[in-house]
Design a protein around this ligand. Sequence first.
Ligand code: MG
Length: 171
Amino acid sequence: MINERIAKLINDQMNFEVESAYLYFAMAADLDCRDLDGFSNWMKIQGQEELQHVTRFYTYLVEREGRPFFTGMPAPQKEWESPLSIFQAALVHERKVTDRINKIITAAHEEGDHATVNYVNWFINEQIEEEANVKTVIAQLKLIQDSGQGMFMLNKELAARQLTVPPAQTQ
Ligand code: MG
């Protein structure tokens, strides 16, 4: 059975993943307002992936005889200055997530909770990927600056992103 300290950290993270999805859908809406449907597609998939993370933490709590509790959260920002500032804000957010994941694993080590260390380790790799993916888009946006042609091409490229569904049970 999971101890109270770790259960709280996992539950907080589950809620933070909902908050992440909420933020990314707000960003997608801003991108759609700019007629950047490919950028918006990328961001909506990002949001859907966050909901998969919610399910992972939820499932883990239940499996360890914990109890998921959903809390309220602040409304996400509505508008950003530019597509670049949206992706920069996404990177700041992902770094926050990485920091939180590290703290959960540190706490699990302190509590001798090897099951949590093992389970949450998946998120260590996931965070490397998340940060790298956002950084790639930021680099491309910086390269093309305000070129309409560049934005047209990148929008097309980001339209191709598809949601990958991880193997059953752990999604
Ligand atoms: Mg996440």
